[in-house]
Design a protein around this ligand. Sequence first.
Ligand code: BGC
Length: 429
Amino acid sequence: MTFDKDFFIGAATAAHQVEGNNIHSDYWAQEHMVHTDFLEPSGDAVDHYNRYAEDIRLMADAGLNAYRFSIEWARIEPEEGKFDDTEIEHYRSVIRTCKENGIEPIVTLLHFTSPKWLIAKGGWESDDTPALFARYTRYVMERLGSELRYVCTINEANMGIQVAAIAKRYEQQMRAMQAQQGTVSESTVQMGLNLEKMMANQKAAAEERMQIFGVPKAECFTSPRTPHGDEIVMEAHRAARAAIREVAPEVQVGLTLSLHDIQALPGGEENAAKEWADEFTHYLPAIEGDDFLGVQNYTRTRIDASGSLPAPADAELTQMDYEFYPQALSNVIRRVAQDFKGTLLVTENGIATADDTRREEFIKTALSGVTDCIADGIPVRGYLYWSLLDNFEWQKGYSMTFGLIAVDRTTQKRSPKPSLALLGSFLAQ
Ligand code: BGC
């Protein structure tokens, strides 16, 4: 199995997860709360901000030809309306280093983190946000647009509504447990829960957020989204796309979506159809007119009449507790291609595991699915593995190892795993 030289085989990262010291961002603020939900703060991350040249060289040495990374809004516009040109120069240098190494830079303009000031203004539920995002986009693209060919406006534009669905399910379970505790002793709940303390913590965290952001609810990009907030995200994409078309018309524009391989079990057809509509089809009007769609997939979801099911009892689980199911990627590509007729780019696909031989297996199976899709005429332009480096997996901190390259965070020493060279070997030399 080999891909033509003009197919992208590469890896992805996001600024906050790898660069370190993203001090003006909403995530940084929340990581440092007393009542934080984060296992640990991001700190220096894997110091990619200073070590990007080494990381890009490692990719090139292994034969990769594309790198997806994000530009950090909180660095470019640390205070509302005050833009920092030295940060533009930083990203210009990252882009140039990619090109010097024969690597296509694929940029994302928003990968979950926002400037702290944006959240103080109502964040991703505020009607002002699309225009603010478009202004930042324009600023970046006026300076860097001529050096880029592919730009993703927003990473996983559908994440907020997925989080809202999970939060709702969790709340229902909590309420059921609370009701149970009212009448039955705590020991009947089948886990070591301390509801009283949890509730007190939630209240204290809300008060702390109020102090930090000055608003009763911090509407970060990955906070549970309302349908109105979902509209705002789509509007932000459209506004950014219009800005890019105006200042850098040669650039191919798209967004990325988190997509599960949704499989209906008998009786689950209706639930599964609803899930796919929420996750994908209701975004079609917003992405109509995009040049490409970034497909991001990690596993499958099986659904029956009662809703989503846990992984089968005998399934192999990843560190994230996802079912090891690399076949999911080609299933998702085929399904998306039924409705979206533009180019598809796999902007994320990967596995968190300590066993690199399982990563190799995962990549091989996923890529063979991609080959079949291409043979069937689906326009897949590239495959970007998540992630180049072991990195900061949001609230889970550094415990999840998705990387093709391991990092010792005490010395920041890089150690490529065999999967890095394996990935590169699929590209015709
Ligand atoms: C996100 C990444 C994240 C990855 C693995 C995707 O949802 O875009 O930021 O690290 O999944 O969980």
